[in-house]
Design a protein around this ligand. Sequence first.
Ligand code: FAD
Length: 503
Amino acid sequence: MQRLTQPSEIDPFLTDASNFRGHAEGVAFPENEKEIVEFLQECHAHKTSVTVSGCGTGLTGGRVPAGGWVLAMHRLNKFEIRPRGTGAFASAFAGAGTALKDLQAAAFQAGLLYPSDPTSLLSFLGGNVATNASGSHAFKYGVTRDHVRRLRMVLANGDLLDLWRGQFLASAGRRLELPVVKPSGAQEILKLRLPDYSMPPIKHSAGYFVKPGMDAVDLFIGSEGTLGVVTAMELNLIPLPQVILSFVVFFSSEEEAWNFAADAKKQSHANRLSRNDARMQARSFEYMDGASLDLVRAQYPSIPADSRAAIYLEQECQTETQDMLLDQWSCLMEKHGASLEDFWFGDTPEEELKFRAFRHEIPLKVKAFLKTHNQTKVGTDYAVPDAHFHEMLWYEKKRVKELGLYSVSFGHMADCHLHLNILPRSPEEHAKAWTLYEELVDKALAYGGTVAAEHGVGKLKTAFLEKMFGAKAIHEMAELKKQLDPAGILGRGTLFDENFLNE
Ligand SMILES: Cc1cc2nc3c(=O)[nH]c(=O)nc-3n(C[C@H](O)[C@H](O)[C@H](O)COP(=O)(O)OP(=O)(O)OC[C@H]3O[C@@H](n4cnc5c(N)ncnc54)[C@H](O)[C@@H]3O)c2cc1C
């Protein structure tokens, strides 16, 4: 296994897309699972801390090391498409270092779709599992968790776990028994006690997943490299839809766009429940507010001049239902004040890619803005229940205006999960923006929301996790971690402060 220790070689692994920086002694590049087992045995024996690294697209500092070694998963990048999988459905068996874009391209070639679609196509599947990533398709297809059929993991002491969904379930008393294979080949049963806090019933990815009767696979999804190292996984693939209709719909006010999305969401739910495939069933709704559109107007002159919000939506269909669905969507757009002269429409994969690139252009412009002003982003990842979503949006707008800050808001409208990006132009505005972020987190929690719906907690949002669950629950999370990683070597400082492990 290659090990790098020169400062210039280690440097790229000391940060992630959040720009938060850490320090490390070296970076190890295992070629296979056996090398990971041996490496962790060695680190466990010497109490050397280990931070697992995927591609480093994380936005919360989870892969940023707090000393010790970085375990870089880049070389575990082999995967195979299994057309009918081991059950009735197709699947992919993939190493944790497989890039999401490589799996998506191979699935497409095989006439299949990997339904989870985080925008960060370079991210690794192991990173997606560790953060329970999700994307615009979450409204229809759910999050990464919903597509993981099997997980192979190495625990901090080198023990191996091979878990199939449905095989190991927690008892009603929150006990979970897991069969581990020791490095010697001997088998043992690991008996875990699970915490008893509860999670909000919305899109949520903050802290350990626990529920009575839960599946063992779910405990490790979203655990951000703190409970074990994911080495490989089997993921569900589904048949590629025949046609995808994609639209970018423009509105002259943000409220019109919110109301359109709420109506479309309600109808999509109802049609999905009644399995009516000839009626509207969006698979995604991506929102862009007026300020987001302003960022990209120069590059996209066909954005209508008077538009103050847009929604990008996708609908899967058969060729025979395509015209009917186009009519239904047009009626709904008109009902909510969108101009039928101006919307962008496509029914080919090329057009879909073009519209997705348009949506993706906004975070790129945000990045460029921050670079120009030499500032870092203050971007929210909270989500709230449906009933409070519009109140939350009004509150955000009001407070940003009152404080004289500049922001753009975009993201996953159907999941009540927008990313409000406050864009500071000076260090003073940066400080103000963080104070506002904390206030908004309090508001989201008061509405029954979550502090992190898809980016995880990492090292940057540990205080938010404690705010959300309280110190007692964080102690329970730490107790759970100690059962799987008694020396506390994995992902130091991620999810909660190390002091919780010492108590
Ligand atoms: C432009 C951009 C767009 C983004 N869009 C989305 C989006 O649409 N949806 C979304 O959910 N996120 C998004 N993200 C965030 C990020 O891409 C995801 O969190 C992604 O899942 C991280 O994957 P990674 O391989 O880069 O992991 P890293 O950043 O390297 O690591 C993330 C965490 O996972 C742990 N980890 C990584 N690999 C393993 C492993 N094999 N075993 C155990 N732990 C591991 C790390 O220790 C760390 O805690 C975006 C980020 C950027 C920069």
